[in-house]
Each structure stands twice: as C-alpha cells, then as structure tokens.
Design a protein around this ligand. Structure first.
Ligand code: SF4
Ligand code: F3S
Length: 111
C-alpha cells in the first residue's frame, strides 16, 4: 500500500504535505508533487494536511492512473522535503476543471 498524490494538486502545490512526511518521499514536478510508492511507509499523516484533498490511499477507487504517474515521476523529479510558497494563484486553481490536461511532465525545483 502507498499514498498517492492525485490531480487536485495540479497548479496548487501547497506543499503542507512535505512538512509532515517522516521519510521525505515527495518529489516535485513543475506543477504538482508525487509520492514514491516504494518509500512511502503508509503512515497517512500527509492525507489530512492537503487543503485540496489531493492525497489518497491507493485503496481509494478515485486514484486510477495516478498510482502509476506517482511511481513513474518519483524516479524522474527532484526530492522536496521542506515546504515552499504555493503559486500565487493556487487558491484560484483549486477548482479548475479538467486538471489532468494541465499536468506537466517537467521537473520542479525540489529542495
Ligand atoms: Fe509520507 Fe506518510 Fe504520506 Fe507516505 S503516507 S507520503 S510516508 S506522510
Ligand atoms: Fe499538492 Fe496538497 Fe501537497 S496541493 S503539494 S498534495 S499539500
């Protein structure tokens, strides 16, 4: 089992989640984060921290393709272990429709 970052994170990136992760298993893309499924210890503490409820256990039926996306991009993107400021328009982006189409495969800055 692992926890998974899903599409609600796209263009929000609040990063409250990375502050609480005991094993630093978040990785940063240009406009979202992912969790490395082999590093996540399934503690669940990040799930309630996300303001847009983007983090789900892989047992949640809404996870779908995001489990594979997290596994794939966690190997490509840099680690992020400390919170950083969210994009200025993060709150406005919380309810954007069709966020999946906005997914960027490009890496973020990490820290
Ligand atoms: Fe980190 Fe725990 Fe969230 Fe997994 S469930 S990403 S170990 S905080
Ligand atoms: Fe994304 Fe939520 Fe973390 S918006 S960066 S999963 S706090």
């Amino acid at each position: 089992m692992t926890y998974v970052v899903t599409e609600s994170c796209i263009k929000c990136k609040f990063t409250d989640c990375v502050e609480v992760c005991p094993v630093d298993c978040f990785y940063e893309g240009e406009n979202m984060l992912v969790i490395h499924p082999d590093e996540c210890i399934d503690c669940g503490v990040c799930e309630p921290e996300c303001p847009v409820e983007a983090i789900k256990p892989d047992t949640d039926t809404s996870v779908g393709e995001w489990l594979d996306i997290n596994a794939q991009y966690a190997k490509l993107w840099p680690n992020i272990a400390e919170q950083k400021p969210a994009p200025p328009d993060a709150k406005d982006n919380a309810d954007l429709p069709n966020k999946r189409e906005l997914f960027s495969p490009n890496p973020g800055g990490g820290n």
